[in-house]
Design a protein. Sequence first.
Lengths: 419, 224
Amino acid sequence: MRKRLLLNIAKSLLLARWRQTLVAAVGVTFSITMFITLLSFMSGLNDLLDGLILNRTAHVRIYNDIKPNADQPINKSSINANGHNFIGSVKSDANRQAIYNSEAIMKAIKNDPRVLGLSPKLTAQVFFNDGSIDITGSIFGINPSEETKLYHFDEYITTGNSADLTKINNSIILGKGLADKLLVQIGDAVQITTSKGDLFQLKVVGTFQSGIKDFDNVQSYASLNTVQKILSVPNDYVTSIQVKLKDITQAPAVAKEYQQLYQTDAEDIQTANSQFETGSSIRTLISYSVGITLLIVAGFGIYNILNMMIFEKMDSIAILKATGFSGTDVKKIFIYIAVTIGIFGGLLGLLFGFGLSAIIDQIPFNTASLPTIKTYPIVYNPRFYFIGIIFSFITTYFAGWFPARKASKIDPVVIIRGK
Amino acid sequence: MNTILEAKNINKFFHDPETIQVLENINFSINKGEFVSLTGKSGCGKSTLLYVLSTMDTDYEGSLFIDGIEMPKKNEAFLAKIRNEKIGFVFQFHYLLNEFNVLKNVMLPGLKLNKYSADEVEHRAMEKLKILGIEHLALKQANHVSGGEKQRVAIARALINDPHIIMGDEPTGNLDKKNSDLVFDIFNQLSDEFNQTLLIVTHDPSFAERTHRIIKMEDGKIIS
């Protein structure tokens, strides 16, 4: 009842100066609109950029690194067991890059409940021969269907079809840049020379564009079997296993575990691509700070308008106090005014923010490096809307708090006698 | 006779720009049903005294009793409640809230008191307006009625919570002869018919003469 009375008075004061109220509300609406749009757009962009690398990268990569053996023979012998051995001219031990017992490992990993899926990979360094020119490049031997399922391989194929890699023997999908250099199209053959000097003819069944030009200039994909044939190795020969987890944050722990369990090297995505995480978090930070700055500016607008209103309404405040409204009541009235402006302006801002992001979502955005992206990326995350409305509430509350306190301190005697 | 209002040894000083004593040893009491006027020359401290008595000004020495209760000097919320419940005000300049219509203006202190439901408060407000003969103005906006009418609305508002005492600070000071007489007649009627206690500050001798009792002030002291 008492609260309703105060709300009622607040409403009357608000409506009596509805133009000012509108200006204040528009300020809040504008800032919330921009806050929502900015965050949606920024996150869209973040996801897009992260996707460039992260979507295509294994969460945990199992491989054999080229490095010196940690257990040098001298350390195992009983000679000088208590002293230190100084060994000169240690060489890296890389006589086998393939993963030992790869089939058993893959089977075990597939049964791990944390794992979403895996795909084996084999890399061959080759020369693409075009007349007298040799272009250095690499062929990744992959399982196209697994690769598509886990790493969106299909999304980067601009011409041709990834399934043809398995259907057609000795086929290859070339990077766009590489295909341009070799002047080949689908159906043409390319000749390659392996590092051991063997010659092969491969049929081009497609081209891809990864969005990173340096990749496209040197990389190509073939089926696992084809690459094994090129390298003349048995068909359990793989150089890395790409594991995708259900929860990316578990990657470091899983990598550590596999490293011990399978006696290989394992690298997690966070270590391999730490710069992307930094980039994303900084972009998010920037958009939040811009959004909050906008809100604070709107808060100052409300502060000014309420201050003016209190100046104009001195008489009314004095009379309210003289007739028995306490300072607390007066303070509440002005806080109600401020928060009403904040909530209505904020809700409208959410609506406009949604609208504006939806519009941006329709704007065409074509870039050669991102063949799958047709419009500007937008993320619709309810969290942004929640934060937006909470912030508009908090800023307007504080913007109202100081003028309200001033109003509550007005001495009615001074006003009434001052006339 | 029961005492409504009692002042004991009230002293008040203004400190700015230099310390001046504006009220000196004020001692008096008002009984229920009395119609008292407080007069004196301009600057004698009569308005200052009224605001001390009204609980709005708490910067004084001495004690003030309303309805037998000593008024604290610090508890702002309690004093607001006392003003709401026990004191009705009429000022020189009407002081209606322009955002509301006449009826709502009268109702506001009643709604604040929260003793009756909103419907009852409205009913009571209409009754008060009828007593003052302005019930036809009920739904007009407060800034659309004339000066004399505004003052009558203010009186209706002062009456809404059946206060122990009505205090007026030059309530006729801003009105012409005809409206002044009208306001006086209303006060007189309230005193006679409803046994309402009234304390009115005025410098109008003709107004003061017609009240039951005159308190005369000079240089911050009561002289008669």
